[in-house]
Design a protein around this ligand. Structure first.
Ligand code: M6R
Length: 363
């Protein structure tokens, strides 16, 4: 049932204020969820977290690396499961091994989990399918409570994975004493504001639709971001190529001048994810380097960012102002919508893109 939507993907994008609120209620207000976090994971027992996943789930891990390291001060390594499983990475009892999977059946992720058994101190997973192999074989499986995700492109599962990882970060910070009580409260308020901001972000769909009509004409697109917006740029590129078949790449803004700037011309639009935050000026200066070489910028920012840095950009997408480290969750919405509307414009099969399966159960 597409609930009146043309595609499952569109329905699943629209469900995010609800799915996020569900996850946050469960992990931040509900006793059962809090119990899982408080008694299930003792972060003081670990020196590092090794996170392993595939595709979009691995990018959720990558975003959360910024949170765990900055807020809870726990070193995080991330890897895609297909590489991790054959690398023979050293692990010990002070390593927390964390697996993220929507389906809970991804073959490489499951094999990586099995490699960690008896080597890591704890096997923790974050899954949507709680009756899955990955959930069963973990010491503790945390549900993301997103409901069934039918579209091959992961949308609501991605943001719910991020919400659970954010709640885990706050728990880790409390246990490890890395933030003051006042800061913990501020972060938790910012996290609880996310579902409302995601609802606001959904209302700008007409702007994105208009930009997508332009974007659909191009063969190559670059996505740029800094800090936790760097993995969001990777996710933006993955989503676009997956459903619209447009070649897209994500880069850390600061890496631009180390190679990809050579590609810049008027035939390759550059999507810049740049909220008005502490990194704003740095990303804007990277963006200006693109414009100086005739590049077309699609700037996704808030009102303040657009007014301070938006001069001369090709297209603007105005987001609600979202402050703090969890803002990337809100920016998932425009990158999903951009991919969605571009695919619709091109007439591709949005829910069942060619060559892809929802659950990759073979290596
Ligand atoms: O079920 P999983 O979360 O383990 O799946 C991982 C990837 O196959 C998945 O996220 C894939 O990258 C999506 N199609 C991306 O939209």
């Amino acid at each position: 049932d597409k609930g009146g939507h043309r595609h499952y993907m569109s329905k699943e994008i629209a469900e995010q204020p609800t799915t996020l609120a569900n996850a946050l209620k469960y992990y931040t207000e509900n006793r059962e969820g809090q119990h899982l976090l408080e008694h299930g994971v003792d972060f003081t027992a670990f020196d590092r977290i090794v996170m392993v996943a595939c595709g979009t789930a691995s990018l959720a891990c990558f975003v959360s690396k910024y949170w765990f390291e900055q807020i809870a001060r726990i070193p995080v390594e991330i890897d895609v499961a297909s590489e991790f499983r054959y690398r023979e990475p050293p692990l010990n009892s002070r390593t927390l091994a964390l697996f993220v999977s929507q389906s809970g059946e991804t073959a490489d992720t499951l094999a990586a989990l099995r490699y960690c058994k008896g080597k890591a101190g704890m096997i923790l997973s974050i899954v949507n399918a709680t009756e899955s192999s990955i959930a069963r074989e973990s010491d503790l499986a945390l549900p993301i409570l997103a409901g069934p995700e039918i579209g091959v492109a992961s949308t609501k599962a991605f943001t719910s994975q991020l919400a659970v990882l954010a709640a885990l970060t706050l728990q880790a910070a409390r246990q490890c004493g890395t933030v003051t009580a006042a800061r913990a409260q501020e972060l938790s308020d910012q996290l609880r504001a996310v579902p409302g901001l995601v609802a606001d972000a959904l209302t700008i769909a007409p702007q994105i639709h208009r930009v997508a009509q332009q974007l659909a004409r191009f063969d190559d697109v670059l996505f740029l971001g800094r800090g936790a917006f760097y993995p969001m740029a990777l996710e933006g590129a993955l989503k676009l190529k997956e459903i619209s078949y447009i070649h897209a790449e994500g880069y850390a803004s600061g890496e631009l001048k180390h190679g990809p700037i050579a590609l810049i011309d008027e035939d390759m639009p550059v999507v810049v994810l740049v909220p008005h935050d502490a990194m704003f000026d740095k990303t804007i200066s990277n963006m200006q380097e693109v414009m100086a070489r005739g590049g077309k910028i699609i700037m996704i920012s808030d009102a303040r960012g657009l007014s301070e840095g938006g001069d001369g950009v090709w297209q603007r997408i105005e987001m609600p102002a979202a402050a703090g480290p969890f803002a990337p969750i809100v920016y998932a919405v425009p990158i999903q919508q951009l991919a969605y509307w571009t695919a619709v414009e091109k007439g591709t099969d949005v829910d069942q893109p060619r060559n892809l399966a929802k659950s990759v159960t073979v290596e």
